[in-house]
Design a protein around this ligand. Structure first.
Ligand code: GCU
Length: 657
């Protein structure tokens, strides 16, 4: 049913090491809570991999004594080096021992999961040799979960956090959640929505937060909350939330003290301010830095304030894409040392494809963190199969032109993902959306990993380790993101989704109160052409990029077709690199998206022998819906463009279905 995620550890059918007799485990520092988890996870994984054949006839793994060789030895006692999670897994073939080691207990937990990942893919333990450390310190989930259990942009049921029954009852699901996260290196979680309720700052909620933090701690996960900027006024009884009012700072300090008394390793506050109606320092004529630094002082060196750069208000009517850069670049160097600015991957909002956000590289004196969205708000919710690793890989590898790639810019800080978890049995609303959770963690651990490698190891652990299955399913996953781009918003089009819920096409919408709520604002389609001119002759958002980067996109003829209509307004007969006029190319892209989804469904149908019936059918049925909805997107979009440009379908286009 999918509950086990990628931690199924399906029984190995053919693994000589299983015939070597029951493995034993020896853990140094065995009373440490994290080492206990690591030992239990290793035991559980090995027993499941041993499987139905019960090769050892043991219910629990034998524990070795000190100084007797164990099959698996955990040795993470700390050596004074920073406990950042680095680990080694090394086999000693002569005495058939696998040793997992590192400078702190979390090293052993990460090492165990990494070892199990290898074994689950069919590797022999004595062939495993790993030496890893995380590429960036913060690898966090952001839950957009409300205290009443509703998940904003959640497509997988209700919230996994049961605030109603906490602190008295802690659901087992939270421990399974912690284990899943730790298995991919996630080490922080923000448990409530950025559109934050002040409840989380009240005395009533602190014990609830404490119970969750205590449960997550052995898994190396720190708890954070989203903090509502106006809380001092709303629940603190103060007449204001002005960050420069000393009473306001004193209030935040008192709240932080209370939280730290209960949760000594509390991570800090995530803040959405002056965006989409949320309160913030600008309400009092202050800057983002004034607001962030005040909260940072209240927290002190105990934690971090993560301030979001997703600012979206009515500041610049010429181009919504320009607002974050305009507000934040002048503040570079003004943020306190324990403030992080968290930047979405693109300047609009988690679209199927956006160029990287121009803030990356543009604030060299500020700690910047990347925000991605695992939940597929603009990508067909949990229904459409869209593997997001290729999108994140594209962003991480983008050269900012200002001294490195996006991955280089965020490496000293971290990466956040808006979670796709919920109360559904399969956690993510669909089996393949588990892959996006997995891929996020793996890329935050190592942005150098390829989407292909991630897809392969995920699919092997989640579905089947058989080569023919993997050889078919991996390309299916890798092509799925481009398919969605093509049938939804090809050639750099953006935000063509229906109003509010963002599911399905709505390119014709033009009558909403604010201009940039309307898809027509983004497409700028008219009788002559289509696309948003962001060059000097238009909004000039292009000038926010480094000159060398901007130069790739400053003329339509030089611009990659992927970003053409993002940066340029061109005529319907504009000559594309393919030699075709734009209109023909556009129609062709929609068709290609539909064709790719058809091929995905066909491929999946051929994989029935490898997948259990329930999960096979779940995926097949979603793909059937996706096939229909790819056509819906294509046909509605093309018909609408035709109503504007008066053009017929290009010759040779498919007959109507
Ligand atoms: C999007 C999304 C909102 C969310 C916002 C944010 O606009 O639709 O639901 O609150 O992003 O990231 O703050």
């Amino acid at each position: 049913d999918g509950y086990a995620l990628w931690l199924r550890h399906a029984p190995l059918e053919d693994a000589p090491w299983l015939d070597r007799g029951p493995p034993s485990i020896y853990a140094r520092n065995g009373d440490d809570p994290t080492i206990k988890v690591a030992t239990a996870e290793l035991e559980r994984g090995l027993l499941k991999l041993g499987g139905k054949r019960d090769p050892w006839g043991v219910g629990t793994m034998p524990r070795s004594l000190p100084n007797t060789p164990a099959s698996f030895e955990l040795d993470c006692r700390g050596d004074g080096k920073p406990n950042d999670g680095r680990f080694r897994v090394a086999a000693d073939r002569s005495n058939k021992t696998v040793k997992i080691s590192g400078p702190g207990s979390i090293s052993c937990l990460y090492g165990v999961y990494a070892l199990l990942r290898e074994l689950s893919q069919g590797e022999d333990p004595l062939a495993v040799n790993l030496d890893e450390k995380p590429a960036m310190p913060l690898r966090m989930l952001n839950h957009w979960d409300n205290p009443d259990g509703y998940v904003e942009r959640g497509y997988s049921g209700r919230s996994i956090f049961d605030w109603w029954r906490l602190p008295d009852h802690l659901d087992q699901r939270l421990l399974d959640y912690a284990s899943a996260n730790a298995s991919i290196g996630i080490n922080g979680t923000v448990v409530n929505n950025v559109n934050a309720s002040p409840l989380f700052l009240t005395d009533r909620y602190i014990p609830k937060l404490k119970r969750v933090a205590d449960a997550l701690r052995p898994y190396g996960i720190r708890l954070y909350i989203s903090a509502r900027f106006s809380a001092p006024h709303e629940i603190g009884g103060l007449p204001t939330a002005d960050p420069l009012d000393p009473r306001v700072e004193a209030w935040w300090k008192e709240r932080a003290d209370e939280i730290y008394a209960a949760i000594p390793d509390f991570g800090g506050f995530l803040v959405k301010a002056n965006s989409e109606g949320q309160p913030g320092p600008q309400d009092y004529g202050r800057t983002h830095a004034d607001g962030a630094n005040m909260m940072a002082r209240a927290i002190g060196d105990r934690g971090t304030v993560i301030w979001r750069a997703f600012v979206y208000s009515e500041v610049d009517p010429t181009d919504r894409a320009k607002q974050a850069y305009a507000e934040f670049v002048p503040l570079d160097g003004k943020f306190a040392g324990n403030v992080i600015v968290q930047v979405k991957n693109g300047a609009i909002d988690f679209q199927p494809r956006e160029p990287f956000h121009p803030l990356f590289g543009a604030m060299p004196k500020t700690r910047l963190m990347l925000e991605t969205q695992l939940t597929k708000e603009y990508l067909g919710f949990a229904t459409h199969l869209v593997f997001l690793a290729p999108m994140w890989e594209e962003v991480l590898r983008a050269d900012t032109g200002r001294g490195g790639t996006v991955a280089d810019v965020i490496a000293p800080v971290g990466m956040a993902g808006v979670a796709n978890t919920g109360s559904d049995r399969n956690w993510s609303g669909s089996h393949f959306d588990q892959a996006n959770w997995y891929a996020f963690g793996r890329l935050a651990w190592d942005p150098g990993l390829s989407s292909e490698a991630i897809a392969r190891e995920w699919a092997a652990q989640t579905f089947s380790r058989e080569q023919p299955f993997l050889d078919a399913v991996v390309p299916l996953m890798l092509g799925s993101r481009q398919a969605a781009v093509d049938y939804m918003t090809p050639l750099g089009l953006t935000h063509q989704m229906a109003t509010g819920h963002h599911y399905g096409p709505g390119p014709w919408v033009a009558d909403l109160a604010r201009p940039e709520w309307n898809p027509m604002y983004y497409s700028r389609a008219d009788k002559e052409g289509i696309g948003f001119d962001r060059t000097a002759s238009g909004s000039n958002a292009l000038s926010q990029y480094a000159p060398a980067v901007a130069a790739q996109w400053d003329e339509p003829g030089k611009t990659s077709p992927d970003y053409l209509l993002w940066f340029h307004h061109v005529t319907w007969d504009f000559a594309m690199p393919s030699g075709k006029p734009l209109w023909n190319e556009l129609v062709g892209r929609y068709d290609a998206g539909v064709a790719r989804v058809d091929a995905m469904a066909q491929t999946w149908a051929s994989l029935e022998p490898y997948v259990d019936a329930q999960r096979f059918t779940d995926v097949a049925e979603n793909l059937r819906i996706q096939q229909q909805e790819a056509r819906w997107w294509r046909d509605a979009s093309i018909a609408y463009w035709q109503s504007i440009n008066g053009l017929g379908l290009p010759a040779g286009t498919r007959p109507p279905e």
